[in-house]
Design a protein around this ligand. Structure first.
Ligand SMILES: Cc1cc2nc3c(=O)[nH]c(=O)nc-3n(C[C@H](O)[C@H](O)[C@H](O)COP(=O)(O)OP(=O)(O)OC[C@H]3O[C@@H](n4cnc5c(N)ncnc54)[C@H](O)[C@@H]3O)c2cc1C
Length: 409
């Protein structure tokens, strides 16, 4: 029996502590917050999108290739079915939505029920839980970690599992400082980088807050006429300072990369046909319904609230009929639905991401055990690793699976 300290009482740490204690080790779980699972409690808007439905292979395919390769053994050892079975035995029934996202059965505070289930597992397994204890330093040198510090207190152990999460939503306890300490110890790390975050725009449209652009694609390019750098199909919602919604979140990491590279420009294509094809259909419409207002035609593709202001910006009279459209006006209308310019992004906030990209370099970690290479008694798991999946339950599953691997001591 080894004395094990797990740092971080989130998704990964809870599973790691439960697993290690179940295997007979004497486990202490240290959590900076006054209670466990604070980020889990706000996940999925308080409903907690626990995982994603489907075989491990499909889950892996959602991650970037190198991350998928890394996650493979952990996902196979403790997959989505294993997580859901564990929760079911603790009284949390779940269901998969049509889009594959798995949630607890609808009831108020369902995310809290998930935390309660993990907490019950951990306590029953005999884990000594210490909340309100923020680790302030690591003591050790390759190849051995010797102790941790919690203020003036020094805590020694045989093995250490770091599950301190990422660096977004710092108010949930995740400030990302442990990554800096690991770097000082010579562990290869990648700096924190924003991901799954809303995108502020240089030209925000506070009056459009809440309005959604639907069924199209958010496109990132190197400038208004620049090279295409990325795209994501899905909805976008205007916020007070920019855009949010699925497509904005998923593209935010690439947007920040392009922005730091010096050239980022965003546009939304509400129709995915070529401008030529849309122009042809507009001309056909003008022949069939010459007295139709250009504004009415535009409303078929864009939210009503945006149509007037956008026509004004494009210099097209709001009362213009299709029969009177000039070539330039036609081009402007087509442009609004095939590439509505959203313009230059502002810095994407790390703090507002549903996940933080970056973390411990995967090349430095044994994918089966989460042990740091070169270290005998130090493991890392969860978002502290350089793993960041898309929205849809993937990030929690990655935390559960890597936590399980780390706890299998
Ligand atoms: C708003 C929001 C919604 C989300 N919704 C979903 C969702 O529905 N589905 C999904 O799959 N993912 C979701 N995510 C992402 C997911 O919650 C995280 O990827 C996941 O919680 C990571 O688990 P973790 O255990 O690695 O880290 P965390 O759950 O963040 O836990 C880390 C813990 O370590 C503690 N800690 C940090 N530093 C120290 C220290 N020095 N000493 C002691 N303790 C420390 C922190 O207080 C924290 O409790 C969401 C994220 C956010 C922000």
């Amino acid at each position: 029996m080894a004395k094990v300290i797990v740092v971080g009482g989130g998704a990964a740490g809870l599973v790691a502590a439960w697993r290690a204690a179940s295997l007979g080790h004497a486990v202490t779980l240290l959590e900076a917050n006054g209670r466990l699972g604070v980020k889990l409690r706000i996940s999925g808007g308080g409903k907690c999108n626990i995982t994603h439905d489907g075989p491990p292979k499909a889950l892996m395919a959602a991650f970037p290739v190198e991350q998928a390769r890394f996650l493979r053994p952990a996902l196979h050892a403790f997959d989505n079915r294993a997580v859901l079975e564990l929760l079911r035995r603790e009284g949390v029934d779940t269901y998969a939505r049509d889009n594959g996202r798995v949630f607890p059965q609808d009831r108020p505070g369902s995310a809290a029920a998930v935390v309660a289930a993990f907490e019950a597992l951990v306590r029953r397994a005999g884990v000594a839980v210490r909340t309100g204890d923020r680790v302030t330093a690591l003591e050790g040198r390759e190849p051995r970690m010797i102790a941790l510090r919690v203020g003036d207190e020094r805590l020694a152990a045989d093995a250490f599992i770091l599950a301190t999460g990422g660096a977004s939503y710092p108010e949930t306890g995740t400030r990302g400082e442990v990554l800096g300490w690991l770097k000082q110890l010579g562990v290869p790390v990648k700096p924190w980088f924003p991901a799954l975050a809303p995108i502020p725009l240089l030209r925000s449209r506070p009056g459009w807050e809440g309005v959604a652009l639907r069924d199209g694609e958010l496109r990132l390019s190197a400038g208004p006429q620049g090279r295409r750098l990325g795209a994501f199909a899905g909805d976008v919602v205007f916020t007070k300072v920019g855009i949010s919604g699925p497509a904005a979140l998923e593209l935010s990491q690439a947007v920040e990369g392009a922005r730091r590279g010096g050239a980022a420009w965003l546009a939304y294509a509400s129709r995915l046909d070529t401008p030529e094809a849309v122009d042809a259909s507009l001309q056909a419409e003008a022949r069939a319904h010459p007295r139709l207002l250009a504004a009415t035609w535009l409303q078929r593709h864009l939210p009503e609230r945006l149509v007037g202001p956008l026509l004004d910006e494009a210099g097209v009279d709001r009362a213009l009929m299709l029969k009177d459209l000039s070539k330039a006006a036609r081009k402007a209308l087509v442009g609004l639905i095939t590439a509505l310019p959203l313009g230059e992004p502002q810095p994407v906030p790390l703090a507002r991401g549903e996940v933080a990209a970056g973390g411990v370099d995967l090349a430095a970690v044994d994918a089966r055990t989460m042990a740091l290479r070169g270290w005998e008694n130090l493991r890392v798991c969860g978002e502290l690793l350089d793993v960041d999946g898309p929205v849809g339950g993937y990030n929690l599953q990655a935390a559960f699976s890597t936590g399980y691997a780390a706890g299998t001591i």
